[in-house]
Ligand binder design. Sequence first.
Ligand code: FMN
Length: 365
Amino acid sequence: MKTQPLFTSGNIGKVALKNRLAVAPMTRVTASEEGIAGDRMQAYYADFARGGFGLTISEGIYIDRKWSQTYAFQAGLTSAEQAAGWRKVTDAVHQQDGRIFAQIQHSGALSQGNYFLNGSVAPSAVRPTGQQMTFYRGEGEYPVPRELNDAEIQDIISSFADAAFCAVFEAGFDGVEIHGANGYLLDQFLTDYTNQRTDRWGGNIADRLQLSLAVIQAVRQRVGQEIPVGIRISQGKVNDFFHKWASGEEDVSVVFTLLAQSGIDYLHLTEFEAWQPAFPGNPLSLVELARKYAPQLTIMANGSLHDTSRARQVMDMGADFIALGRGALANHDWPKRIAAGEAGRVFDSAILGPIADIKDSELPL
Ligand SMILES: Cc1cc2nc3c(=O)[nH]c(=O)nc-3n(C[C@H](O)[C@H](O)[C@H](O)COP(=O)(O)O)c2cc1C
């Protein structure tokens, strides 16, 4: 079986990775109620590194003690105790010769569990579409969020930078991924129907990207040039699966051109099936469009790529790295299995029920 490109070494910024395979960020609500990562998370994360993944991206981690927390039992990066919890996780991954990036996240309107404060905040007071996720202990409609003011937005930018600093210099992560995807706060700013602002944070798609660009800049300033910084971008959302950017390739050209100039080290793109055309009436996938408008940028692709032929196809389209979500959950050792010519196990969603926390069966004996 020809699997070569997946197993060549590569770089994201100044960090060397032994292959092109990453574990996609996956929230598993297994921290303490106070947001501290514990033994189960150490064992779980180290297992992917043991299984051969060059890189693991952490679950989304909240960034402040205000409204960024999204789910109960989610881990944070907002205190020395939380950093110490993550430090044990990153040490365990490093001991298995793996690398791990922190995904830093603000929930915005999609918060369903917050240890610190009640309510939720967003670009505009628009009730999110869809229903809260029951496997993260949510129920029913999302509440209507409160509109953020400019000072609060500045505060959120600083909190992203503080959490990035804490991730790298206290918790020992090798890089930082800003969560700009899947319907959370930064994506709420980017999305036309959730951002109705008329100040500098709203308007056309370039205006709606300004908060993500400001966060990138602040994070970069805080962690310096040596540390990889990336952003995850998607069209679909956890609460609006089939959303498409309204102006198709025109929007893509604006977003990817600005991100290419932003100083990020990588762009993480997620689509349901990463090889599919991104827009009706246009044959190009999002990865191909990113290559077109951000030719120099390192691209990580995600979306149903656990079949090696699909993963290779998307690398041929221009992706440099492949991130696996469900494929990695079903096979913590996916890279070792595939390299040995073995088939991957099929993902069984029962592992995420009734609550999506880490199960005993996922932990090494
Ligand atoms: C249980 C679970 C939790 C997830 N949590 C996150 C998250 O914290 N951050 C994120 O960006 N994506 C999250 N995702 C999305 C995955 O990173 C990935 O995009 C999705 O599973 C599709 O990739 P796949 O087809 O390889 O599974 C999650 C997915 C699953 C299944």
